[in-house]
Every structure is written in structure tokens, then in C-alpha cells.
Design a protein around this ligand. Sequence first.
Ligand code: AMP
Ligand code: ZN
Length: 471
Amino acid sequence: MTTELVLFNTLGRKLEPFRSQVPGEARIYTCGPTVYNEVHIGNLRTFAFQDLLRRSLRHLGYRVVQAMNLTDVDDKTIQGAHQAGVSLAEYTEPFIRTFLRDLETLHVERVEHFPKATEHIPPMIRLIETLVAKGYAYVSDGSVFFSIAKDPDYGRLSGFDLDQARRGERVAADEYGKEDVRDFVLWKAVKPGEPAWDSPWGSGRPGWHVECSAMSMEILGETFDLHCGGVDLIFPHHENEIAQSESATGKPFVRTWLHSEHLLVDGQKMSKSLGNQYTLPDLLARGLSARALRYLFLSVHYRQKLNFTFESLDGAAGALRRVDEMRFRLLHAEEKGAPDPHLAEAADRLRRDFAAGLADDLNVAVALAAVFAFVKEVNVAIEEGRIGQGDKPRVVDTLADVDRVLGVLDAMAWDTGAGEDDSAEIERLIKERNDARQRRDFAASDRIRGELAARGIALEDTPQGTRWKRK
Ligand code: AMP
Ligand code: ZN
């Protein structure tokens, strides 16, 4: 390993050198989606950051083992399945599928493990049994609660102040049977019509927090290196994970906690009522590019809020065009004479500055500035006719190296055949069709609709205009 990695650890709130438990190996757990609806681009920002983390670790010499859970049993999935009148598995399966498809569309690598909560109930029960046996948890009416008062360290991650919370306040017996309002549920007694598993406390289901503690320790060990999620998970989810895991094992749970900031749309929180909550298919249907979205995600540091606007996506597409144009010019440049020493130096500088940027708490601004400085130097070399023997593959290989982290610089890798690049043409055909309809030339509009259908494009006419998607 050449470059020392420094990361901002939420636990302690400071930058510190990253030290993995096993030298050269990074074990990561990321809280995955609750699969009760389609993920939005905010969720995808978080998963794109985790992809950058994973690829950066590899670039800096680590072998990576990563697990991302799929929360397929909780209040929301149960309610959704109930309303739809289907089983939990039938309800969550399409959302898991579209989630994995969205990751693939954004070139987010598949992690090594995707545990589903419903497939790991026994280790959750074992963890709860240990907590009850050690006196950290108590049983009440078939449910089990973690007693925060038994954990003097509670609040270390989030700065949550136990004394300010309503210490010892009793709650009405009908409110979940908790002894103290601050306690949280580990096991929920079954309610009529809900999916349930047998346990020593009767039939029921695990609480959300215990799912992550049990699955992460089962797959990665009782102590592992990195745990991440969006900032909203710091409290109570991750605080509770620490409380459960460390009380049960007596060992540190996670060495480094990383939390990424949220995505906003036009400066506002995404919400259904504001109509600004976009999914990836929503953006693709507007003819926007997944590649530009990935670039936009990468270009903003993970500890800063990312303000999504359509202009910022245009800006991202523009930055990528600069790389594409340079490659195109290089492809058509003539290799003459000896290799250019300036270009070799520029390539070395890119590798060095890029790695140094990543190692500095994943400072992509520095890493991307190094890429664009290199693009500029190659452009100048082409203009000055300095491309010598072997220079073309040197440039291409250097870009390929940094692109193993960025996953966005190679336009060819994003050309799916069905192609994003035909979006503009599709939009043009839709406009032609709508013009034809306005003229009441239905023969023409039907012909265009047929042509689009043959290309796998489905149209939907809405009061806001025509939307399209790939079938
Ligand atoms: P959830 O399915 O709600 O548990 O969210 C999955 C992941 O997306 C978690 O890591 C959240 O912290 C993250 N997340 C939720 N909303 C946003 C947002 N607006 N921007 C970025 N990440 C988000
Ligand atoms: Zn979690």
C-alpha cells in the first residue's frame, strides 16, 4: 500500500487514518434499502457513494468484502403486502429486482453479500437471547426490548444525551409494554394477520435494528472495519446497532462509521407532496443519462449535501463530453516518432494526484481535477502533434486505471446497444408524433408510435405531456 487512507469517522467525529482489522482487507457493511417501494435518486446517491468507497479501497490496495442487507420485513413491507393482499415475499420481490436493476444501470458494483432479513432470522433470535441472558433486554407480553438504562455508553455515535431524554419515564402499559420510553424493540410479538416466526418468546418478528446487527456480525465477524449509510441512520438505527452488538459480544462492533449526506432537489427535501421525488426510471424517461447522474453523484463530496437540479445534470454531461472528445481526437491522432516525455509525466502525475485525492477522505474534487488536468495535457499534445509511439495506449490505460474507481469515463461501457444515446432521437420522434396528432394526422402519429414500439419504447400520454420508457 502506497497511500495512507484517511477517513472521517462519525464515531469520534474526526478524520483518522483507516486501519483495517486484518491488514490489506476491508470488511464493510452497508444498510441497504427497505424494499417496500422503488428507491429514489436520494437513496441511489448513498449507494453510489458506497460504490466509490469500495472501489477506492481496492484502488488503494485492499481486498474488499462487503455486505448490503435488504430489509424485507418491517412495518412498511408488512403494511404494503397486507394492502396488496399478497405474501411478504411476493410483495418485496419486484422492489428487490428493480433496486438491483437500478444499481446495474448506474454501474454500481454488486457487493459480495446481499442478505435478506427474512433469511437470517435464527442469528437474530440468538442475538436477542444473549441480550436477555446478560440482562440487557427484557421480555414484555411476547415482545423483547433493549433497556437503554443498562448501557452507559449509549449515545456515543450520535451524541445523543441520555440524561436529557426522559429518563426512566414510564409509558402507558398499552404502549408496546416498554419499561422506559427510550427503550427500543428487539422482537415484536405477532399481531393478527402478520408474518411471524417462532421464538423463545412466542411467535413474532425481529425489529429493524437487530436485523442489521445480526446479519453484519454473522457475515463479517463480531468486529469489522466499516459501516455506512445516509446521515439519517446515525440515530437511532446505528446507535442502537452499537448498543445491541457491543452489549452482546463485549467487543467493539465497528471500527469506522461513515455517513453520507442527503440529496436535495432544487434545494428542497424530496417528498411526494412536492412532486420532486425522482426515481432513476423517471429520469431515463425524460431522456436523461444514467452516466451523467453517476458522474454528478461522484462529483460532490459525500459529506456535503448534493443539490440535484436538471442544470447540474447537464453540467455533468458536459464534463463527460470533454473526456469523450479528447478520446475521439486521440483515436484519430497520428502516432509519430518517440513517445512524448511530457505525456508520460502527465500520466504519472494523474495516478499520483488521483490516489492522493481519494486517500484524503475520498476527496473526489481533487481526484477529478487531476483527471481534467490530464485531459487538457493530452489535448495540447494532440494539437502540437506530440503523440509518439505508444502514447495512445499509455493515455488509454491511465484513464482505464482511474476509471476502475470512477466507473464513468468510458462512454463505450455505457453504450447498451439499446443505447442511452438514442434518447434525443426518441424525444424528436415523440415530438413529431405529437405534432402529427395536433394536425389530426393519425396515420402519421400511429406510424411513429409503431416505429417506437418496434424499438422497445412504450409511450404514455399524460396531462403533463408524453412520457416514455424502455420496455
Ligand atoms: P431506506 O430504504 O429509507 O432505509 O434508505 C436507504 C438508504 O438511503 C439509507 O442509507 C438512507 O440513509 C439513504 N437515504 C434516504 N434518503 C436519502 C436522501 N434524500 N439522500 C441520500 N440518501 C438518502
Ligand atoms: Zn441497518
